[in-house]
Design a binder for this molecule. Structure first.
Ligand code: ATP
Ligand code: MG
Length: 584
């Protein structure tokens, strides 16, 4: 199947998308207009994410609408209306207030995807404190690093996680005053307290104090794909991006059932796993369990998910399973699939079309951008392999760093660094405790993303690679994604990670690490076949010169291939920060 063909979303037209015509929406777009679709705090007291996400619905017609359906690991289901979410988060805010936790204080969460996490997130924002979510699977050292770098004042966690990961760190964390245990019925000590007990004693009404759009709201650590995770600071004004992208990219409509599979420990899991769906008053599905193909298909079917937001790593895992799921599951409610986090191989878009009956819409953003910046829109043609076009209101460009500044490349098809015109609402306001690094990201009014990309003549953006991952071989610049995607087209290949390996003759040689699908044998014959296959697609200069078979690729917990680790291991170099490495 040709991968460069353009395919339109089946059914587009029968369902009226929020963004029907990209150019028209872009021309008419303004952030002021987006702000006017929100409510603002009563009496002009400012802009607060939690007010817009829950309180305004709880005070209106959607009070009893299902806000959050929680699916427990063990089959339990908990349904929470907008009124329930408003009350639960108010109780949490009152708990914080009673402990003297106040504006700007850092409230960390270390727990699985349980309802308390969502009350904690929204309650923290109501209190104008700063919410800092951590992956529950982090080990003690990564937890320590983040708590200490983030100046944690309070942490909400569970008894087991506290015992395993936090209690031994207390001495080294003098700032940390309180621990709230989400599952303890009784207090453990004067500062290790039962959250249920405190929540029960707290009032379910909380008046949000005045909140400036520039008040700090969230602290998110980056994925650590390229090095030590950075703490990106976001403010309440980010709500404008959460809302605008929920409208134009996720295309949320009032009766939608939305499922974002990302954990709130990663920015996608808060911007889209909490805020965007609630801002639109839709039903947000939360599954406590981790990835399992059969479970996921059942969730999509049984919960009648209409809009699904997931990641390439999950899609590649689903692609490994033979057969077409739509013949086994009723996926007819599903109308839109989105993906973020890594480049989405064109093969995956094509697979979605065939196996799920829908193409997969790739979009691009970073922890630093706070929300989706470049996307494929529901009613717009998809070019498989492309990240799509900038969000209305966002100016993106391909630039080169030049002497004393940057130069914007206007010619299509030229590779350069992906940059965004500064000033969008969810732009990160700092790298915590690292002003110099923050300042380095900005040149001439542009934010430089550190990703390389190109733009075609029609304005679609194409990901080339992270600047750190680019391979320089025989005078060519090769993006690993291009090579990985070509290998992925081979029916036996499940996944591939590609690096540059220093070579005295050609600078770097392209080396591929390949995971093959179950039931196939990794041998020299296959290696030769894959080499030939890649050469045909990429030409000899770009095709891998070395191919190694590997059982699994090292990935971050958010599912990104850690090429720096493949490289370090290949070269016998130090492995660097491994705090976000998924268990291998
Ligand atoms: P660190 O900055 O700590 O190395 P990270 O960059 O992986 O980690 P995130 O902010 O979670 O941390 O990820 C953003 C990055 O993920 C982007 O800069 C880009 O490299 C990659 N990415 C996200 N979405 C896409 C996409 N649709 N296509 C290609 N790359 C993507
Ligand atoms: Mg990054």
């Amino acid at each position: 199947m040709p991968l460069d063909s353009i395919r339109k979303l089946p059914g587009a037209g029968s369902f009226k998308a929020n963004l029907e015509d990209y150019e028209v929406t872009r021309a008419l777009f303004s952030w002021e207009a987006i702000l006017s679709e929100l409510q603002g705090l009563p009496d002009g007291a400012g802009l607060n994410i939690a007010h817009e996400a829950v309180d305004r619905h709880a005070a209106g017609a959607r009070a009893q609408h299902l806000a959050l359906r929680w699916l427990g690991k063990d089959g339990k289901v908990r349904d929470l209306s907008y009124a329930d979410m408003s009350h639960g988060s108010a109780r949490f805010a009152n708990v914080l207030r009673s402990l003297g936790v106040t504006r700007g204080d850092r409230v960390f969460a270390l727990m699985g995807r349980i309802p308390e996490l969502y009350f904690a997130a929204l309650g923290t924002l109501k209190n104008v404190s700063v919410f800092c979510p951590l992956f529950s699977q982090f080990g003690p050292e990564p937890v320590f690093q983040r708590l200490s770098r983030g100046d944690a004042k309070l942490i909400v966690t569970t008894s087991a996680l506290y015992e395993k990961k936090v209690s031994a760190l207390r001495e080294r964390l003098p700032m940390l005053q309180y621990v709230l245990l989400a599952d303890a019925t009784e207090d453990v000590s004067a500062d290790v307290l039962s959250l249920p007990k405190m929540m029960a004693a707290a009032g379910d009404h909380f008046v949000i104090p005045p909140t400036s759009p520039e008040d700090m709201a969230l602290l998110h650590f980056t994925s650590g794909t390229t090095g030590m995770p950075k703490g990106a600071v976001h403010v309440h004004q980010a709500v404008l991006t959460h809302y605008a992208t929920g409208k134009h990219v996720l295309d949320l409509h009032p009766e939608d059932v939305f499922w974002c599979t990302a954990d709130p420990g990663w920015v996608t899991g808060t911007s889209y796993g909490i805020f965007a769906p609630l801002l639109h008053g839709v039903t947000n599905l939360v599954d406590e369990a981790d990835f399992d193909a059969e479970r996921w298909y059942s969730v999509l079917q049984d919960q009648k998910v209409t809009v699904w937001y997931t990641a390439p790593t999950a899609i590649r895992r689903l692609m490994r399973i033979p057969g077409e799921p739509r013949t086994r599951y009723d996926l007819s409610a599903l109308r839109l699939i989105h993906s973020v986090g890594e480049p989405l191989n064109p093969e995956a878009v094509v697979w979605g079309n065939k196996a799920l009956g829908l193409p997969i819409h790739d979009n691009w953003w970073q922890t630093e951008t706070g929300g989706i910046m470049i996307a494929n829109y529901a009613a717009m043609d998809i070019r498989p392999g492309s990240m799509g076009k900038p969000l209305p209101g966002i100016e993106a460009a391909i630039v080169t760093r030049a002497e004393g500044g940057i130069q914007v490349i206007t010619e299509p098809g030229v590779e350069g660094e992906l940059a965004l015109k500064t000033g969008w609402p969810s732009m990160f306001r700092a790298y915590l405790h690292d002003e110099a690094r923050y300042a380095k990201c900005f040149v001439d009014g542009w934010y430089l993303s550190g990703d390389l990309a190109k733009r075609d003549a029609d304005g679609y953006f194409w990901f080339v690679g992270r600047a750190d991952d680019i391979i320089k071989t025989s005078g060519h610049m090769v993006g690993p994604f291009e090579v990985e995607s070509a290998l992925m087209e081979h029916p036996v290949v499940a996944e591939a990670g590609v690096i540059g390996k220093p070579d005295p003759l050609i600078g770097e040689l392209v080396k591929a690490f390949v995971v093959i699908k179950a039931g196939h044998e990794a041998n020299d014959e296959l290696r030769l076949e894959l080499t030939g296959f890649a050469r045909k697609r990429l030409g000899p200069a770009v095709a891998p010169k070395e191919i190694a078979f590997i059982d699994s690729l090292p990935k971050t917990r958010s599912g990104k291939i850690m090429r720096r680790l493949l490289k370090a291991r290949e070269l016998g170099l130090p492995e660097g920060d491994l705090s976000t490495l998924e268990k291998e």
